[in-house]
Design a protein around this ligand. Structure first.
Ligand code: CTP
Length: 411
């Protein structure tokens, strides 16, 4: 990755949250470096953190009062004030306890309350003993937070405060600052762009209560929509039925069938700078759907299928339906884990559907695809294929948007 210019931090509001671990003293270096890059840094500490570093250190480095007590402000709701203007929150160090509280949405102190209020990207630098990092409870909490789009830097393997050697050592301040600058650089690279994302599976009715569907949960598309909105895009999410809450700041258009999804996408396509077709659209639907519930006594029904319109292929073949210069992104769901095979499929599908980018992902393994937080994927563009490997859907969404932002910037 190209070196990040420190100037991206100029004038940007960064909240640094410090929790109570030995590594808290290194947070002072992170604050100092971010201030040097021109960031407007505000610090919140847990009461335990103040046992390791005095708040005066952070006040002097940041030039602002440090928030420790939720109730100490003069009538202001201080954590809300702190969280609202934040463009990035950096948690340094994050103890196992703080990760647990973040995962469960606690708000009992200034740090937890701030982290529950921010809507900006969150960067976390964990530091703890190996056993605590490896405990299933911490693993589950990290998983939950990653699924919500939290970015982790470290921990690393090395000498721990106990004198043991193992994983759990906090990432070096330099690496934390680089990760913070990377997130700030991503910041608003889709500002002013209109992005349409389709998500979830479609349901093709057999009768009023039965349908042909598929296992898509919608998580990948919702994660892309959330990430695109965070990076400044105006996002329309065209979604099949899912159990997911709509991402904040995203316009949600609910559809059920492939035909409804087609109509909804075609209606917004002329204004879209980017169309991401992450939905698992049914390829076939019942030719006829009974207006009344089919009765069991009538015996097994014969359901004849007919093809649906391939929305992606139609948009690929008819550029006049889309905004000139707009990007078309497709997904390819494959029961294939080998990156070379995924790359071949992605490239073939890119060509056959007339898409600018195709993400081929593995839906045949237990750690990738439907109803799991991770995906194994390859991204194909005109520049070639990129093996993203097995990553969280949040990380895959960011990687895809990095590609999209790069292509838009080139155009
Ligand atoms: N797609 C679509 N409309 C359809 C079917 C699929 O827009 N009626 C889109 C999906 O949203 C996805 C891409 O096409 O972006 C690939 O879908 P997939 O089902 O994996 O591929 P198919 O082209 O249907 O080929 P096959 O299933 O035979 O691999």
């Amino acid at each position: 990755m190209a070196a990040i210019e420190p100037a991206v931090a100029q004038g940007r509001r960064v909240v640094v949250c410090v929790s109570g671990g030995i590594a808290a003293y290194k947070a002072a270096e992170v604050v100092r470096a971010l201030v040097r890059c021109g960031a407007d840094v505000r610090v919140a500490m847990t009461p335990a953190a103040t046992r390791f570093v005095g708040p005066d250190t952070f006040a002097a480095l940041s030039g602002h009062r440090v928030l420790i007590d939720l109730f100490d402000a003069s009538g202001e709701v201080a954590h809300v004030e702190l969280a609202r203007g934040a463009e990035l929150a950096v948690v340094v160090p994050a103890t196992a306890d703080l990760l647990a509280r973040m995962a469960y949405g606690h708000a009992g102190d200034a740090v937890a309350a701030t982290l529950l209020t921010v809507t900006c990207p969150v960067l976390v630098a964990p530091a703890m003993h190996t056993e605590m990092w490896e405990h299933p409870a911490t693993r589950a909490n990290v998983d939950t937070l990653e699924r919500r789009g939290v970015t982790f830097v470290g921990p690393e393997r090395g000498e721990l405060s106990s004198g043991d050697v193992g994983i759990g050592r906090m990432a070096e301040p330099d690496d934390i600052v680089t990760a913070a600058l990377t997130l700030l650089a991503r910041g608003q690279d889709l500002a002013g762009r209109r992005v349409v994302v389709t998500a979830g599976g479609t349901q093709e009715p057999i009768d009023p209560v039965r349908f042909i569907g598929n296992r898509s949960s919608g998580l990948m598309g919702y994660t892309i929509a959330r990430a695109a909105a965070r990076r400044g895009a105006k996002v329309t999410l065209v979604s099949g039925p899912t159990n997911l809450p709509p991402p904040p700041g995203v316009e949600l258009v609910r559809v059920r069938t492939a035909e409804e999804m087609h109509d909804a996408v075609v209606a917004v396509a002329p204004d879209a700078d980017v169309i991401v077709k992450a939905a698992a659209v049914a390829d076939f639907r019942p030719q006829k759907s009974s207006p009344v519930k089919l009765k069991k006594a009538a015996g097994p029904p014969e359901v004849r299928l007919e093809p649906t319109v391939d929305i992606l292929a139609e948009l690929g073949a008819h550029p006049e339906l889309r905004k000139p210069g707009g990007l078309l992104i497709g997904f390819a769901a494959e029961t294939e884990a080998d990156p070379e095979a995924l790359a071949r499929v992605a490239e073939d599908k890119r060509a056959s559907k007339g898409a600018d980018v195709v993400v081929a992902n593995d839906v045949g393994s237990s750690d990738s695809g439907f109803n799991v937080p991770t995906n194994r994927a390859v991204i194909a563009t005109a520049r070639g294929t990129r093996d993203v490997g097995l990553v969280t859907k949040a990380a895959l969404a960011e990687a895809l948007i990095d590609e999209i932002a790069g292509l838009l910037a080139e155009a």
